[in-house]
Design a protein around this ligand. Structure first.
Ligand SMILES: Cc1cc2nc3c(=O)[nH]c(=O)nc-3n(C[C@H](O)[C@H](O)[C@H](O)COP(=O)(O)OP(=O)(O)OC[C@H]3O[C@@H](n4cnc5c(N)ncnc54)[C@H](O)[C@@H]3O)c2cc1C
Length: 385
């Protein structure tokens, strides 16, 4: 990677460590896991042992006390090898931040240590069958009964739904009219009675998968609440600015490795007596994507840098989240076409295309991200729902 102002020598060394690990340990099972749809727990524990999972968490939470950029550079290297496996990093960083900032210490700390050791996988559950974009309008019922919360309803389209060991769940403790001000976040272990789960047949990201969660009188103690009652949305949703920048790096890493492989292919494959790269119709679209991927990556690093410096970065994170997945999809598409008929066979390129597509929807669509940006620039009053 060319030097840039965000990656210092320590981060570069960390990235190199992850780059030695990922091609050797993660890449070999990339296609196999797409078929079996099973996340490799051994690999997850290895990643944990190497300090690759949520290194930004404080040491007393099992992290290394590094910045968000450290999470970013590791995330890129794992995603280059397998986007589904890099979900381990994404979900750990997103949920780890939520637990460490909003959970009750004695409840969340054991979970955080398991998370960073690669012994536990967390899912996050916002989306419901009636819709995901209008997230504040969620209806999963959460009632306080004595010293417990009782949960009833359904969440859907949840990444790792059936593989997670615990879930951060957003439910309604207030009235529907209260909107975002009636939402509470809870930590729900996946083995609680009354929780059942399903798995969808996904287009991509098949090793991590998605599915539904069905809650039937699921009970968790009050101390499993994350943040304050009815304030879960405003407090806990801030974690998404972090994951949006990470998702940007994740998909751009897939685009980056695809471009690298395509450059070397078009430089050696010949047509009409010349390498394919001699034709500007082949090389210029790749050069276009090379340019845009480099620019988008800097934007993601900038968003993480702003976060590490305690500066506002919500709009930048939303920019990463709408731009990078679309760009990555278009770039991988172009790479696939450059391989001719071979690109259309079952293989790494078509799998990458399926994998990156999910992030044009997951974690919020481009339309919703652009609304976030518009609100940041024009003011919330000027951009109502
Ligand atoms: C790969 C993947 C992983 C996912 N992982 C998770 C997860 O782990 N946890 C979780 O909670 N959810 C997850 N989701 C769900 C995801 O967050 C939602 O699908 C997403 O927020 C959109 O919600 P929806 O599908 O209900 O679409 P809808 O809200 O029904 O929207 C449908 C379309 O209308 C557009 N639209 C809606 N409102 C507006 C508006 N105001 N202006 C303009 N356009 C609008 C949307 O952009 C979209 O194109 C995942 C989804 C995918 C595909």
């Amino acid at each position: 990677m060319p030097a840039n102002p965000y990656i210092d020598e320590d981060l570069q060394a960390l990235a190199e460590q992850a780059r030695r690990f990922a091609p050797a340990r993660v890449a070999p099972g990339f296609q196999e896991r797409d078929r079996t749809r099973v996340l490799d727990r051994t690999l997850m524990r290895e990643m944990g042992a190497l300090g690759f999972i949520a290194p930004e968490l404080p040491e007393d939470c099992g992290g290394l006390g590094l910045g968000s950029l450290a999470a970013g550079v590791i995330h890129e290297e794992i995603a280059r090898a397998d986007l589904s496996i890099s979900y381990i990093n994404l979900l750990a960083s997103l949920n780890g931040q939520i637990l460490s900032q909003h959970g009750q210490r004695e409840v969340v700390q054991p979970w955080l240590h398991k998370l960073t050791r690669g012994e536990a996988l967390f899912a996050i559950a916002l989306t419901e069958p009636r819709g995901g974009s209008d997230a504040a309008n969620l209806r999963l019922r959460v009632e306080r009964v004595g010293d417990q919360y009782v949960i009833n309803g359904e969440k859907t389209s949840i990444s790792a739904a059936d593989q997670a060991d615990a879930v951060v769940v957003f439910g309604r403790t207030g009235t529907v009219e209260a909107g975002a001000h009636g939402v509470t976040a809870l930590l729900v272990p996946a083995d609680v009675p009354g929780l059942t789960r399903s798995r969808f047949d996904c287009h991509g990201q098949r090793a991590i998968g998605r599915g539904s969660l069905f809650f039937e009188n699921v009970r968790v103690p009050l101390d499993h609440r994350l943040g304050e009652e009815n304030r879960g949305f405003a407090q806990v949703m801030q974690g998404f600015d972090f994951s949006r920048a990470l998702i940007g790096l994740q998909v751009l890493a897939v685009a980056g490795v695809s471009l690298e492989e395509t450059w070397s292919y078009v430089a050696q494959r010949e047509a009409f007596g010349k390498p394919l790269s001699a034709f500007q119709g082949v090389s210029h679209p790749l050069a276009d994507f090379e340019t845009q991927v480099a620019a988008a990556r800097l934007l993601c690093l900038q968003a993480l840098w702003l976060k590490d410096h305690g500066l506002p970065h919500g709009a930048e994170a939303a920019m990463c989240k709408w731009w990078a997945p679309k760009l990555a999809y278009d770039a991988v598409h172009q790479c696939l076409l450059s391989f001719g008929h071979g690109g259309y066979d079952r293989g790494v390129m078509e799998q990458r295309l399926r994998d990156v597509l999910g992030f044009q929807i997951g974690d919020g669509t481009a339309q919703i991200m652009k609304t976030v940006i518009a609100r940041a620039r024009a003011g919330r009053h000027a951009v109502p729902n």
